[in-house]
Design a protein. Structure first.
Length: 488
């Protein structure tokens, strides 16, 4: 594999998007984003600051008033045009996301881009679906509620699913009549910048969607604190989420946080083991395990432990690691050198904890040496209180934890500060429902894992965050309810 030159980037994405302008940062500062497969610079981008945020928010306020007065049908049409434009650029967007994040291009196309398009189409329809209520109070009054847009929204997105997270925020925001300013992660901002440009090409009124990049937290912090921002929609780590929620709270802004996870996939003794093994494999090794819902803890009944461990280790050993641009690659590099070092520290902690290393645990010998590759790794007999069983590793590292009975499985599943995803494999509907009810998790899958749909509320419990994206639950956050009393 050779270093990627700027000419390899499939779309022109080197400017921030403010109003109808593609601009440099006001201060003229720049930063590089790297190609994780080669460790080489991929693009040089504007390092935005509070000044750029001020301009983006001013453009958003101007545009939002007119947008909120457009008919729902018009908003729906514009969002459908955006979905159409994204679909026509789907292959380029997938290549861009793959280059910037290191995820295999096949996954970027089938997951990130496909789901982004579905989400935009679904939320286009929401423009005409959000309704108020008529409340019976007294015969003398007609009491109704309206759901109104909140104004200008801050959308702060992470690097692992930048495009998807951005569309999950802008779809509902714009459908409801708001404007939104997106702040992507400096580690993988290209798809967000590309989507900002595509929106202008699709006819979205300028200012409704701005994209401001930064090299750390300058623009993100300024955005959250900006007095004209009414609502903050944050996706990222609990550490930053806590700061963002505190800053929003200080100004009495509403906020939702979609944070990390340490999800358990539980395999009971009566499970379809083949289906469970397939789900366990996809749950931890897709996207290099850099997934908030990664099933990083595989809880297996002692009766099926050996079978499940073998299946996980065989699958991990056989998956193809390499160039994300190659259609047959299953596992690409991790996002950055510091992130790989962090994953390596967890692996060392796993070794020290007495867990048995079943496979992986090192940098792959045959992968390009300047890329941030790491082997798919399986630890067996991990103690539920070991660090690797408690903390989000955000890499292809699976902890297999045996249990004796259902009660113990549930206790271990809940023994984490996180509560994002959980799965259970069993042929018994009673056992499945008992687990689904008892598990402290925002999303539960039975005989499946990681199913997502734009109509279904997605979000966490405990330190995995609060608020929901998707469906009517998501629309609640981007609208505010007004009660109107009419005296007859
Ligand atoms: P991160 O918290 O480091 O950064 C997220 C975003 O916040 C980035 O755009 C970053 O630049 C910005 N930011 C950093 N400091 C800020 C500040 N002080 N004020 C405002 N913005 C600031 O997270 P990350 O490393 O980009 O993403 C990985 C994390 O995201 C993992 O924990 C993962 O589980 C989580 N995640 C959650 C979901 C979900 O839906 N629950 C989805 C994807 C990722």
């Amino acid at each position: 594999m050779t270093g990627t030159s700027h000419a390899d980037i499939p779309m022109l994405v080197d400017r921030i998007v403010i109003g109808d302008e593609l601009a440099d940062a006001a201060g003229g500062e720049v930063f590089d984003t790297l190609n994780p497969a080669t460790g080489q610079p991929l693009a040089t981008l504007p390092a935005g600051t509070a000044q750029d945020v001020d301009r983006a928010v001013a453009a958003a306020r101007d545009a939002q008033h007119a947008w909120a007065r457009r008919s729902p049908a018009t908003r729906e049409r514009v969002l459908l045009a955006l979905a159409e434009r994204v679909e026509s650029a789907a292959d380029d967007l997938a290549r861009l996301e793959s280059l910037d994040v290191g995820k295999p291009v096949s996954q970027a196309r089938a997951i990130d881009v496909a789901m982004a398009i579905d989400g935009l189409r679904y939320h286009a329809g929401m423009a005409s679906k959000v309704e108020g209520r008529t409340i019976p109070t007294s015969r003398r009054y007609l009491t109704i509620t309206r759901r109104e847009p909140v104004g200008v929204i801050a959308g702060i997105v992470p690097w692992n699913f930048g495009l998807l997270s951005m569309t999950a925020k802008l779809g509902p925001a714009l459908a409801a009549g708001n404007a939104i300013v997106i702040k992507p992660s400096p580690l993988a901002p290209l798809s967000s910048l590309a989507l900002g440009r595509l929106a202008l090409e699709a006819g979205l009124p300028p200012g409704l969607l701005s994209v401001v990049t930064d090299d750390g937290s300058a623009a993100g912090e300024a955005l959250v604190r900006h007095p004209a921002i009414s609502h903050v929609s944050f996706t990222g780590s609990p550490e930053v989420g806590r700061k963002v929620a505190a800053a929003a709270g200080e100004q009495l802004k509403t906020c939702i946080t979609e944070l990390g996870g340490k999800s358990a996939l539980v395999v009971l003794d009566d499970a379809d083991l083949q289906a469970a093994a397939q789900a366990a494999f996809l749950g931890i090794f897709i996207n290099q395990g850099e997934m908030c819902t990664a099933s990083s803890r595989l809880l297996v009944s002692a009766q099926v432990h050996d079978h499940m461990l073998d299946a996980a280790a065989v699958a991990a050993r056989s998956l193809k690691i390499g160039d994300p641009a190659d259609a047959s690659t299953v596992l690409g590099p991790l996002i950055s050198a510091p992130h790989r070092e962090r994953v390596e520290r967890f692996v060392e902690s796993g070794r020290q904890s007495g867990a048995e290393l079943a496979c992986g645990g090192a940098r792959p010998p045959n992968a390009p040496d300047r890329g941030f590759f790491f082997e798919p790794t399986v630890f067996d007999r991990v103690r539920p209180d070991a660090e690797i069983a408690r903390e989000e590793i955000f890499g292809p590292v699976l902890s297999v934890i045996p249990f004796q009975d259902e009660e113990e499985a549930l206790r271990i599943a809940n023994a984490t500060r996180y509560g994002l995803g959980a799965g259970v494999f069993t042929r018994s509907i009673d056992r499945a429902l008992r687990f689904a009810e008892g598990v402290e998790s925002g999303n539960v899958w039975v005989n499946a894992y990681n199913l997502l749909h734009p109509a279904v509320p997605f979000g966490g419990m405990k330190h995995s965050g609060f608020g929901r994206e998707g469906g009517f639950s998501g629309m609640v956050h981007v609208t505010r309810e007004k009660s109107i009393w009419l005296a007859g």
